[in-house]
Design a protein around this ligand. Sequence first.
Ligand code: NAD
Ligand code: ZN
Length: 257
Amino acid sequence: MMFEPDLKTAQALLADFIQDATSVVAFTGAGLSTECGIPDFRSPGGLWTQNKPIPFDAFVAHREVRNEAWRRKFAMDAAFSGAVPGRGHKALARLVANGRMSGIITQNIDGLHQASGVPDAALVELHGNGTYATCLDCGTRQELAWVRTQFEATGGTAPDCPHCGGPVKSATISFGQAMPQREMERAIELTQDCDLFIVLGSSLVVYPAAGLPAIARRAGANLVILNREATDLDPVADLVVRADIGDVLEPFCTEGG
Ligand code: NAD
Ligand code: ZN
């Protein structure tokens, strides 16, 4: 059943859903961080329209593509490294701290859930983390500062692993790259064990992550979708709120909300 309420009604219904649940899980996407100044992919003017994501195979196959990937990465970091958590992040962090929310599964790589105080034990990062790099062949971690020094010293050439010569990549999951197995298992476990699954700011088109709401539904959980635009799963959700995440979650940021 789908029902689209106005803002005040949506806030009241959401509070009721959370109150009635014993285990709440949030599933977050790029829309959670747009109010922090980090563009999403698929909104008008989003990153997708400016730069098509680089597929994993192309990154591995061509140094020129790796050079381009690192050029973009350093340009993005310069623009977004000052971002701070928004109202959505703060509300979710508070629900976790209160014991109302058992976990947050995120597709985001911006580190803003951690910055809002969510402990690692309550957070699953499905698409990795952009704050460091790894060698794709031997797995050795490399700090971004090292990559950057090499990159700049060579006039913009992506560095290879000093141990094995393999390609060094930001520790995020690209299109076409295998999902991190342990994180995927943790996400499925949280999803199957919850009785309320709340989607926030995701277009729900990137699989396998976007398959989680259906898993929650099959396991009997209520499904709430909070997203500015329609998603394919709206028709099967118990509550659909097409509004700004920060506006909806504002009352949940403070005591009494
Ligand atoms: P997406 O760009 O496909 O969808 C974002 C959705 O959020 C859109 O449907 C949009 O309508 C909605 N939205 C945007 N701002 C909103 C707001 N303030 N309130 C309510 N809704 C809002 O994002 P996705 O589903 O997360 O998939 C994109 C992929 O790109 C993910 O895999 C993610 O890892 C990656 N990504 C991450 C970041 C980040 O870390 N912040 C940014 C861009 C892309
Ligand atoms: Zn290596």
